[in-house]
Design a protein around this ligand. Sequence first.
Ligand code: ATP
Length: 278
Amino acid sequence: MIEINDVSKMFGEFAAVDNVNLKIQDGEFLGLLGPNGAGKTTIIKMLTGLLKPTTGTIYVDGEKMSRNNMKIKKRIGVVPQYTNLDKELTAYENLIFAAKLFKIKDYKNKIEELLTFMELEKHKNKKAMNLSGGMERRLMIAKALINDPDIIFLDEPTVGIDLNGRRKIWDILKGMKAMGKTVLFTTHYIEEADYLCNQVCLINNGRVFKKETPEKLKNDLGIYTVEYFDSEMKTNYEYFKDKDGAEKYISSIEYVSYTIRKTTLEDVFYNFTNRKVV
Ligand SMILES: Nc1ncnc2c1ncn2[C@@H]1O[C@H](COP(=O)(O)OP(=O)(O)OP(=O)(O)O)[C@@H](O)[C@H]1O
């Protein structure tokens, strides 16, 4: 289990992460969802020992996380937001380099297995600089998995990738979930968090203000949303437990236009923060 206890990160006077408390169970598949600047990357950097919390402590199975805690670091795989590949080396060579760093003996089999999992076999002899954005990201994921970690952190694994490429990454993430790994990833794609995660953390202004299953977050707010545009040129949102309630409501008010639709995580986020994720 990962425990984040009263963790804050200050940059000067500014709290990028503000007194976060979180427990992440083994095998959990957790999405950190929040707009740009919410503090997601800073949380990941502290979880992976790259940044030291200003206050508070992070424990992994009771061990305190720190920059030098190799025992924990060997158990985690990290896919950072920006490339960590050697652009001059081929995909295969990048993985050999990573395997040697971890002193993996039977690395050839491991690399073949990862290349198959990432659908990169046909591209293994291409230099990293010649891979598409999606392939590059999949190679970064392969690199993070080289030492078979049981905890994986991914910072915006699908940002800037086209839909087809994102779908491939979703399958890889689902594969990790099926293997029972603990996966924590950041995203500002709402539908991605909704589709993939069994738990979602909503983050705004450095604060985690909810951690729940996507279903419970939406049910608690009301499964149907009435979105209507009023005569003052303003869009309003009201939430209801059933469609009947939504229809009764719309027949009782004045509007210019309206729609009744299923509530999304974006609605949940907006309801709490008055701010959109994207
Ligand atoms: N080294 C730093 N020095 C000063 N401010 C920083 C530093 N790193 C991050 N910040 C600030 O902390 C806040 C949180 O940044 P962070 O990168 O964690 O957000 P994020 O949710 O990951 O956003 P994005 O989706 O844009 O990556 C931002 O306001 C950012 O400008």
